[in-house]
Design a protein around this ligand. Structure first.
Ligand SMILES: Nc1ncnc2c1ncn2[C@@H]1O[C@H](COP(=O)(O)OP(=O)(O)O)[C@@H](O)[C@H]1O
Ligand SMILES: [Mg+2]
Length: 235
């Protein structure tokens, strides 16, 4: 087994009095693509935000390359090599495409990803680089969000709702780009509503249900019944 790059142990998360995650255990191996599925409100985004330091967590709950990163700030987590493509993209509306991409480079990590490489991956962004990000289609904005994460040259990239709300042709473009993104040993966590897509790109899958892991399995062997049970909680 390759070394785990990320280990999550008994992770809880709260919003005030409301508990959104209960004792989540999860592991991502070096170079692995992990899929996370689960219905609306299951806690997927909360998990992504906990990993990336946007939500606080208790001690020793999250280890990255065997070091405890629980409690680190988001910028400290980013400097260690984790980057997220957030749900809803969260671009800076007043900035151009190029300026949004450069935000990712502020982390200051060296690696293969530069503006030129991002433009090679998504040529449309080169054509639109001087436009405000809000003038782009949803799919193009998602490309900017992906490019921004890549500019941080992460070792582990998290995609929260990678294709939600995008046109099928754009979803295809984004999935076609994935091998080129993950190809050189980057690890990834992909939150995806489309279960077939989630299974086809990942080696393992976790399902969350009401803040708990309801299923963990190999993507090529997990059964449809197991997934339905884990997803909807029906027997
Ligand atoms: N900022 C917040 N304040 C209070 N509750 C929240 C907040 N964000 C999410 N929640 C609640 O936490 C639970 C998990 O939400 P979320 O992680 O966004 O789920 P998912 O991404 O799987 O749809 C939901 O019940 C949601 O209503
Ligand atoms: Mg979400």
């Amino acid at each position: 087994m390759p070394e785990p790059i990320l280990q999550i142990q008994a992770l809880d998360a709260h919003y005030g009095d409301f508990q959104a995650l209960y004792g989540v255990d999860m592991e991502v191996s070096e170079g692995e693509v992990l899929a996370i599925i689960g219905s609306n409100g299951a806690g997927k985004t909360t998990l992504m935000r906990s990993i990336t330091g946007l939500l606080s967590n208790g001690p020793s709950q999250i280890k990255y390359r065997s070091e405890d990163i629980s409690g680190l700030r988001a910028d400290e987590v980013a400097m260690r090599g984790l980057a997220m493509v957030p749900e809803g993209r969260q671009l800076f509306p007043s900035l151009s495409v190029r300026e949004n991409l450069m935000i990712g480079a502020q982390v200051g990590r060296k690696g293969p990803w530069t503006l030129d490489e991002v433009y090679k991956l998504f040529p449309i962004l080169d054509e639109r680089k001087d436009q405000q990000s809000t003038s782009l289609s949803g799919g193009q904005q998602q490309m900017v969000a992906i490019g921004r994460a890549l500019m941080a040259n992460p070792d582990l990239i998290l995609f929260d709702e990678i294709s939600l709300g995008l046109a099928p042709i754009i979803i295809k473009d984004i999935y076609d780009a994935l091998p080129g993104i993950i190809g050189e040993g980057m690890s990834a966590i992909i939150v995806e509503q489309d279960i077939s897509k989630a299974l086809s790109v990942s080696s393992r899958v976790y399902c969350l249900q009401e803040g708990r892991v309801s299923l963990e399995g190999a993507s090529d062997t997990v059964s449809r019944e197991d997934i339905s049970r884990a997803y909807f909680g029906i027997e």
